[in-house]
Write a protein that binds this ligand. Structure first.
Ligand SMILES: O=C[C@H](O)COP(=O)(O)O
Length: 252
């Protein structure tokens, strides 16, 4: 049985003061009871990771893990501006998002680089959250499954059995930050296609890998999405900035 995982991705939002309030509110909300067998995480911008790690510890929030939004594909060295996986591990990260569509689009990240980043994350004892997804044009031209499956195929070719220790996030680009959520059935169909493709490689890997949905998840659509058999949780952007909305999604 795969656990349900809800991960908040703050993107480039937050401040020392608002982070304190967010964690305090979520800690209070989670103390009063959360569904069992679930996992939760939050991914603040890099500079806030140590602060959030301290706050999580101070509020004894064993149920909330920390994640990062990106990582370098290299271990260390002359890579100005990059952050190594070992550094993220050292400041308490459990999860690291790789290949988010905003990085693929704005920083021209390709599947090979995404896989190299995922390997760095795995080698440093953390869980990569590998993002895949099609654009609106790709979906409208009937190529959504082909595009997503080709993104998955590249990860399989590099990561092989180690994919069992990864999470995949299906994030249709047209649904990110637009309010246009994929219907639960559209999301389920793609998650099923991803799992089928993984099963062709290795059935054990396919049954273990958590596949999260991301793209305009809100408290009012999370219940239906999370009820789908191949949807194992969510990667939440905008709605994770509001601690009450994040809590409501975690409880969905
Ligand atoms: O990482 C999160 C996704 O990009 C979804 O963002 P969103 O919930 O604001 O649509």
């Amino acid at each position: 049985m795969r656990p349900l995982i809800v991960i908040g991705n703050w993107k480039m939002n937050g401040s020392l003061a608002s982070n304190r309030d967010w964690i305090k509110t979520v800690a209070r909300g989670m103390e009063s009871g959360m569904p069992s067998g679930r996992r939760y995480a939050v991914c603040p911008p890099f500079p806030y990771l140590p602060q959030c790690a301290e706050l999580i510890k101070a509020h004894s929030m064993a149920f909330l893990s920390l994640g990062a939004q990106d990582v370098s594909a290299f271990g260390s060295g002359a890579y100005t501006g990059e952050v190594a996986a070992s550094m993220l591990n050292e400041v308490g990260c459990t999860y690291v998002i790789v290949g988010h569509s905003e990085r693929r689009q704005m920083h021209h990240e390709v599947d090979e680089l995404v896989a190299a980043k995922a390997l760095q994350v795995l080698d440093n004892g953390m869980t990569p959250v590998i993002c895949v997804g099609e654009t609106a044009d790709e979906r409208n031209s009937g190529r959504a499954e082909e595009i997503v499956c080709s993104q998955i195929a590249k990860q399989v070719s590099v990561l092989q059995d180690r994919l069992a220790d990864c999470l995949i996030a299906y994030e249709p680009v047209w649904a990110i930050g637009t309010g246009k959520v994929a219907s639960a059935q559209v999301a389920q169909d793609m998650h099923h296609a991803i799992r089928q493709q993984l099963a062709e490689f290795n059935e054990d890997v396919a049954s273990h890998v958590g596949i999260l949905y991301g793209g305009s998840v809100k408290p009012d659509n999370a219940v239906e999405l999370f009820a789908m058999p191949d949807i194992d949780g969510g990667l939440i952007g905008g709605a994770s900035l509001n601690p009450q909305d994040f809590l409501a999604i975690c409880q969905a």
